[in-house]
Ligand binder design. Sequence first.
Ligand SMILES: *Cc1c(COP(=O)(O)O)cnc(C)c1O
Length: 428
Amino acid sequence: MEYFSTNRKSPVVSFRQAVLNGQPPDKGLYFPRQIPSIDVENVCNKSPSEIAYEVIRPFVGGTIADEALFQICEQTVNFEFPLVKITDNTFVLELFHGATLAFKDVGARFMSRCLQHFSQQNAEKTIVIVATSGDTGGAVAAGFLGVENVEVVILYPSGKVSNVQELQLTTLGQNITALKVLGTFDDCQMMAKTALADEEIKQQVFITSANSINIARWLPQQFYYFFALQQWPENLPPVVSVPSGNFGNICAGLLAQASNLPIKKFIAATNANDVVPLFLKSGEMLTKSSIATLSNAMDVANPSNFARILELFGGNLDKLNRQMSAVSVSDETTAQTMREVYQKYNYILDPHGAVGFYALQQYLHQNPHDKGFFLATAHPVKFDSVKEILGTSGETPRAIEELLTRPGQSVEIKADYNDLKEILLSKI
Ligand SMILES: *Cc1c(COP(=O)(O)O)cnc(C)c1O
């Protein structure tokens, strides 16, 4: 499999090179040249590791030997992905049973192991830079902790991640440096992108990104949808609601659908950061700043992965509108949904899941013959707001209890690339 840049001004590369580059030199996004066609019935009869292996293998295109790839897959999906029924027509795919209690654990684990595999071949020091709106950083840090020859630098917006999220970034130490940026997530993302394109740094060290723009983070997210279909008890294909911020997860779902996975329709569930819902209505992509909301991991104003969605549909908006709708859900509705679902069904939603639940309910209300599931992208205990809204965030997992006793360590910097550059140069 080869990958081209969505900006079409960079050379076509292999999976290995695309993972190592992170982003193409023209600052587009890597996109696979072909969409594999998968024998879904056959694949869905297998174990999670086998499903992961079958789904990802064509994308890896032989750049990792089969045996090593299978091992990476086993280590990537070594936790549960249960599909739980909430109402007659609504199920939830719980993606929060991994190391840092968020769905990003899958992509982060897969990518860290791919990079480790490739770096064994070129024994060079690697800097992995990642901007996080909440969950990415912890998942990436946990995925890379103690990996030799790799320095991980995490940028997160000061005051905009939860207490637990911040501790997941700042308590690891070793090869993990957490930078608290006095700015927004978009500032963090911009600074990371600038570093990745900085020739002076690139001459001295191998630098790559672990954001969802890296194909090794993005592509494994397809697995969730196969795991869900494996457990889907209904006859008709499901409608799938995906809480979306940078749109990597939903784009992976659309890719799985394009490879034959039977999904009726996708709903992109966003918070007040609504450029995509507005775009689907008007065809115009507005430039906005990100707004802080209860679902902070989705506070993204310019979703990078939307370029991949457009690519998948060849820029045809009618086609896209048939496969995907988008809804913006306010904080007020999010909190109200959390209260209602807890009272009626005794199910604790985190704010991201609540956005997904509400968007799905709205759709099913208008389409009463359909059924669907939404993704619960993180555990409720990760968000301080859940306790404030519901009075409880359920049972605290042991790993989190332990985390709360540890002191965090971070370096505060301005939203200024020069501050970041100084720190990066000190790591070389
Ligand atoms: C990252 C994240 C999202 C958004 O996923 P994208 O792929 O960026 O759209 C949703 N919920 C949680 C909890 C997240 O961490």
